[in-house]
Design a protein around this ligand. Structure first.
Ligand code: ADP
Ligand code: TYD
Length: 205
């Protein structure tokens, strides 16, 4: 089973994905945790390049192609194999991030992005996507607390994150069977429980 976690920056994806990974392992499931952009050696190199604040001149469609290139590499070297070997794959961000950030965030043609991803990813799409629902204003305090240097996308600012958030909302409407929403404003324990319940339901069919 292929599960992806989505949400705006600071929505809690990496925190919750680690906790869910541990919980699934403890319950005896074969599971791997991976992330995008990145996930394999080459894709992690692409990640560095894409997020480098020196690369401000990357054009919007170049950015789309770089994210999709990293994704294709990740799918072909890691995700497909792990799924074939019977693992649950948890991926922190995947194709919906490109639609939300490059499509809705940057205002690029959603149809073109969808067609590109369909063509490149074929049937390697998630069985389940969890959207961590917390908006840009609510997340701001968390990001400030994190006290890290910002990457190139995080430097885009709050109005960009607001567009991305609205984009995710549209994606939930479009794919209600695949994308499930979790209230990410609640405590870490509550978010983990809600997420786990959705995953368990899917596992048990
Ligand atoms: P993301 O991977 O989506 O960018 P993180 O997991 O890095 O988000 O979380 C951003 C910050 O918010 C971290 O400092 C994390 O500890 C904190 N955090 C995550 N989930 C919650 C939550 N439910 N309640 C409070 N703080 C949280
Ligand atoms: P990530 O490390 O997940 O950031 P965070 O932990 O802050 O959520 O992702 C890096 C950045 O890349 C993030 O701002 C989202 C952005 N991104 C895109 O714009 N398009 C994509 O397709 C992906 C996978 C990520």
């Amino acid at each position: 089973m292929f599960i992806t976690f989505e949400g705006i920056d600071g929505s809690g994806k990496s925190t919750i994905s680690k906790l869910i990974f541990d919980k699934l392992q403890k319950e005896g499931h074969k599971v791997i945790l991976t992330r995008e952009p990145g996930g394999d050696v080459i894709a992690e190199k692409l990640r560095k390049f894409i997020l480098d604040t020196d690369n401000k001149d990357i054009k919007p469609w170049t950015e789309v192609l770089l994210y999709i290139a990293a994704r294709k590499q990740h799918v072909d070297t890691k995700i497909k194999k792990a799924l074939c070997e019977g693992n649950i794959v948890i991926c922190d961000r995947f194709m919906d991030s490109t639609t939300a950030y490059q499509g809705f965030g940057r205002g690029l043609d959603i149809y073109k992005i969808d067609e590109l991803q369909k063509y490149i990813l074929e049937d390697n799409i998630p069985d389940l996507t969890i959207f961590f629902d917390i908006n840009a204003d609510q997340v701001l305090t968390r990001i400030k607390k994190r006290n890290e240097t910002k990457d190139r996308l995080e430097e885009e600012g709050i109005s960009f994150q607001k567009n991305v958030y609205q984009g995710y909302k549209k994606l939930i409407e479009k794919y209600p069977d695949r994308i499930k929403r979790v209230d990410a404003t609640r405590s870490i324990d509550q978010v983990v429980n809600d997420t786990f319940e959705i995953i368990n339901k899917k596992i048990k069919g």
